[in-house]
Ligand binder design. Structure first.
Ligand code: 3H9
Length: 703
């Protein structure tokens, strides 16, 4: 292994190189080597300037996240960065790739910054439940305007080199290789006799108007980043930068960082960081298995899903053939894709020529024979088994040997679909979420006969089209929709017991869900869930506790937003959701008819019932082997179902509560609510009674 930090000196310019693959993350070793290097360079009389650069694909991508699990060891960030900043000769950062978090903070401790035109600067610490704790909260507002600094740290959105130049974060942008450009920049400094420009000695930019900006930002954060600790702590730290001298500000930053690093929020977000990378690793699958090449994709069905999937593919440069049964549908589908892109162009997030390039990659057709060359064909039609089987039989007849056949079903039995083909080994589930061009999650459903290289290809494709692919096995609803079922059942049960839809959804939203489940039903269409339940009625228990009142809404045509009413009314131009007294009366009447006692569950009970039901189903999925890991379930829920990331996902959340608490809660519901319905999953029982957790169980399974 090469030295993580090395240096060489040519003509008075020292080049310090960080080389710690894969992303030059800073850990204790790297800090110690940087300390040693800069201490040595201080003693070298002939050194007139220093360039700090990185080997490999990127500049430092931040602190090594794993170190937060054990605590930051000496030497600390403040000490090492201070040493760099204290250099008597100018230090120039040479940035390529993505300088993230601690990476940006190192560049701020350097005196000047030269960036490759493709470089980006981002401070994603809030997404890990922490703040830029290596002096970032104090130095960034001294390098760029306070408003820009706050925005960078609150959104975490990386800033492109050109913008960074405008903002004053970098001094020079080059289209050439960055290292020679930075060396030339350093030489110029030496020739001009320019000394160090220490960020800490600059004053905060925009300090005069800071009071108003900070209080407006604080109010916005309290509203939009509910239940979070780190964003408010960030504003406290920035306020310290405005009001205190640099060293005192740094002390405030340290104190806040130490508190945040130990909080559940940071642990939950770190858990997801690891979990989102773990999903790509499939136990038992040899790393030698190569993915099949995917140079072109066919999509059957040009509706909302098919169109969204087509956009995902062409966004990644993969040509798409979109096939529909009717010319009218195809035209409508293609027009919708253009309209979606046009919206991005109008917003300024896409250039008009990029839109045209992407549209040019899509070919529409009414003929399945247009799919003969496709490496992957994804069926995205209406959720109907007979229709899907018919399509797969036709695809089997036209697709070339080795082509992968994917279905976008969200609930149906993929083994049954695969069985109509002569190549079940090439069939896989690719469950995109609507709108597919926006939603992060892709459930990759491995059917009974899916070949390992087909699975590997699907996971690679997910990465290529910038989705988080999570593997599930076949069962009704796979991971996401199956767990949604008992969660939604509980919410609908609560409205039958006298809580209003607003009370149910508010309880869930206050807890952190992006949207209450009843509002989700309205958005997705009450008819979708209802008709799915009707279609599988034969396999559902006849027990009245499985009855769902959305049937009443369906019967009246109140099928959600598209009908202007569902659990709520959506009136006026804005179609904002509003309570519907008629629905509330209808539910009360139904409860009387069914003899359901009116207990009016409060927010705490609603939250517990919905979440415990979801967690219990998650435990069943684990013991049945539908989900490979508890952390995979957490990724599904945070990436696809609006589960709050700062709670880590349902299974992590259960662990933070303690599985005994969840288990006892379920037993209590069994007594007070419904002895038949509330049955703790055997795995939950086993782990709860032995004092274990889903995380520990997972470690045992993957060992
Ligand atoms: C911070 O800096 C705090 C400071 O302000 C304060 C300190 C007091 N640490 O994502 P990839 C691993 S907070 C450890 O697949 P890509 C990753 O786990 C930090 N490991 O590659 C994976 O390992 P494996 C702020 C890290 O090309 C491998 O590298 N920084 C780290 O798709 C490849 O990663 C961030 O939040 C890390 N920081 O994307 C940046 N980063 O192969 C987080 C990566 O064993 N990182 N690894 O699974 C990223 O956003 C992406 O990794 C990056 C590359 C865009 C850099």
């Amino acid at each position: 292994m090469s030295e993580p930090v090395s240096y060489s000196i040519h003509d008075g310019i020292a080049v310090v190189t960080i080389d710690s693959p894969p992303v030059n993350a800073i850990d204790q070793t790297l800090r110690a080597r940087l300390k040693k290097t800069f201490t040595e360079l201080r003693a070298q009389a002939g050194v007139k300037a220093i360039v700090l650069a990185c080997a490999g694909k990127t500049f430092v991508a931040g602190a090594d996240i794993k170190e937060f699990d054990t605590g930051i060891a000496e030497p600390g960030y403040h000490e090492v960065l201070r040493l760099i900043e204290d250099s008597r000769v100018p230090v120039v950062a040479a940035v390529h790739g993505t300088a993230l978090g601690g990476g940006v903070e190192i560049t701020l401790a350097c005196h000047y910054r030269v960036a490759h035109v493709g470089a980006r600067f981002g401070l994603p610490e809030l997404s890990l439940g922490i703040i830029p704790g290596a002096g970032g909260t104090q130095r960034l507002p001294r390098a760029v305007a306070l408003e820009v600094a706050l925005d960078m740290m609150l959104t975490g959105k990386p800033m492109a080199a050109g913008k960074a130049l405008e903002a004053g974060l970098v001094d020079s942008v080059t289209e050439r290789e960055v290292l020679p450009a930075a060396i030339a920049f350093a030489r110029e400094l030496v020739q001009k006799g320019a000394g160090p420009r220490r960020t800490r000695e600059l004053s905060v930019k925009g300090a005069a108007a800071a009071g108003e900006l900070l209080s407006a930002t604080r109010a916005k954060v309290a509203r939009t980043m509910r239940n979070r600790l780190a964003p408010l702590a960030l504003i406290d730290a920035v306020q310290a930068a405005v009001e205190l001298d640099f060293d005192k500000g740094l002390q405030v930053e340290s104190k806040l960082s130490a508190q945040l690093e130990q909080a559940t929020e940071a642990k939950a977000l770190r858990h997801l960081f690891y979990a989102e990378r773990e999903v790509r690793k499939i136990p038992g699958l040899s790393p030698a298995i190569a993915a099949r090449p995917i140079a072109s994709v066919g999509i059957v069905g040009s509706g909302t899903m098919g169109g969204g999937i087509a956009m995902c593919c062409v966004n990644a440069g993969i040509p798409v053939t979109l096939v529909d049964a009717a010319q009218q549908n195809l035209e409508r589908g293609l027009a919708t894709i253009r309209k979606n892109y046009q919206r991005s162009v109008d917003r300024g997030s896409l250039r008009a020529e990029q839109m045209e390039q992407r549209l040019a990659l899509i070919t529409g057709s009414l003929d399945y024979s247009a799919l003969t060359e496709a490496d992957l064909i994804i069926e995205a039609v209406f959720e109907n088994m007979a229709l899907k089987k018919e399509i797969f039989a036709r695809l089997d007849a036209v697709a070339k040997p080795g082509a992968i056949l994917g279905t976008n079903t969200s609930t149906l039995d993929i083994d049954e679909i695969a069985a109509v083909t002569h190549r079940p080994q090439d069939v896989i589930g690719l469950h995109f979420f609507s709108p597919a061009n926006v939603m992060q999650l892709l459930e990759v459903v491995q059917a009974g006969k899916t070949a390992p290289d087909v699975l590997v290809t699907a996971l690679e494709l997910a990465k290529r089209i910038k989705k988080t692919g999570v593997v599930a096995k076949v069962c009704y609803g796979f991971i996401g929709n199956r767990m949604m079922d008992p969660y939604g059942r509980e919410a609908e049960r609560c409205v039958l017991e006298g809580a209003t839809p607003t009370e149910v959804d508010s309880a869930l939203e206050q807890w952190g869900m992006a949207m209450g489940i009843l509002a989700v039903y309205d958005m997705a269409g009450v008819d979708i869930g209802h008709l799915t339940r009707v279609a599988r009625a034969h396999s559902l228990p006849k027990d009245p506790s499985f009855y769902r009142p959305s049937a009443l809404l369906f019967d009246r045509g109140w099928i959600g937003q598209k009908a202007g009413r569902g659990y709520y009314r959506y009136d006026g131009a804005e179609r904002k959701r509003a309570a519907d007294p008629e629905v509330i009366a209808m539910l009360a009447e139904e409860a009387r008819r069914l003899n359901i006692p009116q207990r009016k569950p409060d927010a705490a009970e609603i939250e517990q019932r919905c979440l415990y039901a979801m967690i219990n189903e998650g435990a069943l999925l684990l013991q049945e082997g539908i989900a490979l890991r508890a952390s995979d379930i957490d990724v599904v829920y945070t990436a696809g179902y609006g589960f709050p990331r700062y709670r880590g996902g349902p299974m992590f959340y259960a662990d933070t509560l303690g599985l005994r608490t969840v288990y006892d809660g379920i037993l209590a519901f069994q007594k007070t609510l419904d002895p038949q319905y509330w049955q703790p999953a055997p795995l939950l029982k086993e782990l709860a009674l032995s004092g274990s957790s889903f995380a520990q169980w997972q470690t045992g399974q993957t060992r």
